[in-house]
Ligand binder design. Structure first.
Ligand code: AHG
Ligand code: MN
Ligand code: MN
Length: 335
């Protein structure tokens, strides 16, 4: 029987064989995985753990926080603040950055996360997850501040997510393809169950919140109308639609069997480029998708090349099977 490869072994081999990741980054990723295990336990307890429902507060983006949004945020901070691998963290659920307290050693990395993605699915027992992105501190001797985080996504050194679904799976890239680990609850460890995930370039499946259709701009409407026209329309094939409403679960399906995920700008809030956040949702997902042979744009440019102006910046997202992303992106440039 082939030996089971744990996340720890995978990371150690990345460190030694490929000289891909420094020890400090390996430690950081192990700690993030440990935090994901503990979030997974809280998610699994559900009503028995008293973790469902609203927290009675709002985040900086004006969204109502669920208890699990706050619990997951706290778990990630407490797990990561003392290990000496980080200088600071940023989260969807915190207004500003969280600088590692002086009583702990300061490391050279920055961690960004969406602690609980798919909040509207928590209370209905549908897949949710945690998304994370790792950047290196820029080289200088100043104290850390928000500007240090404002790096384009192509500078990420690690990115991944954990889905809390029928299984708990961790999907990770350190720039050497995408690997998938499944949580073995008896052993308490993540085990490598698939390496080098590839997204097929073509697909017949799209994921979009269709209830927003009347608010979309012309290129997005054209793309979806052509899909809906099926085999008698310009695409000459029938499309299927899947929409979980948790980005982690929708992207996970696309990494597993292909597809395109679309969350475009819409005219209800014309000054917002989109709903999803660039730094801790779009960037990590875009890098994972590119590492699996797919593409990710905001309709006009590669997501990983966007220079962020602020921590909680929003962005339109088109990602997944390469030929479909290229098509919807070309419709935007024809405007
Ligand atoms: P979050 O729960 O972190 O706020 O993110 C929710 C996001 C994303 O997971 C999903 O794709 C999208 O919001 C769904 O939003 P709508 O149901 O408003 O379309
Ligand atoms: Mn989210
Ligand atoms: Mn969230």
């Amino acid at each position: 029987m082939a030996a089971r490869i744990s996340l720890t072994r995978y990371l150690v081999e990345q460190q030694h064989k490929k000289d891909h990741i420094p020890a400090q980054l390996r430690l950081l990723l192990e700690v993030v995985a440990r935090a994901c295990k503990s979030i997974s336990l809280a998610v699994n307890k559900g009503a028995l753990g008293g973790v469902l429902g609203a927290a009675g507060s709002e985040n900086v983006q004006g969204e109502i926080q669920k208890k699990l949004d706050i619990i997951a945020n706290e778990v990630l901070i407490e797990a990561n603040e003392w290990g000496g691998h980080l200088a600071a963290m940023a989260s969807e659920e915190m207004d500003g950055i969280y600088v590692v307290p002086h009583r702990y050693p300061k490391g050279e990395y920055l961690l960004l996360f969406d602690p609980l993605d798919g909040s509207s699915n928590i209370d209905v027992n549908v897949s949710i997850g945690t998304i994370f992105s790792v950047l290196r501190m820029p080289d200088d001797d100043r104290g850390v501040d928000e500007a240090d985080f404002l790096q384009p996504g192509r500078q990420q050194v690690a990115a991944g997510y954990c889905v809390f679904g029928p299984q708990t799976t961790l999907v990770l890239t350190v720039g050497d393809g995408v690997a998938l680990f499944t949580l073995d609850r008896e052993q308490g460890s993540f085990v490598l169950t698939e390496e080098d995930l590839r997204i097929p370039a073509d697909t017949k499946e799209f994921a979009a919140n269709m209830s927003n259709m009347r608010h979309w701009d012309a290129p997005m409407t054209r793309y979806i109308e052509e899909c809906l026209a099926g085999k008698d329309g310009p695409r000459g094939k029938d499309f299927n639609m899947r929409w979980v409403g948790s980005m982690v679960a929708d992207v996970h399906r696309i990494l597993t069997r292909g597809g395109i995920f679309l969350y475009p700008w819409d005219r209800r809030e014309p000054n917002k480029p989109g709903k999803l956040r660039l730094m801790y949702e779009a960037n990590p997902m875009a890098w994972l998708v590119e590492q699996a042979g797919g593409a990710a744009t905001n309709g006009r440019q590669r997501i990983l090349d966007i220079p962020p102006g602020q921590l909680h910046e929003r962005v339109s997202v088109f990602l997944g099977s390469k030929h479909e992303v290229e098509r919807v992106t070309s419709y935007h440039s024809e405007l």
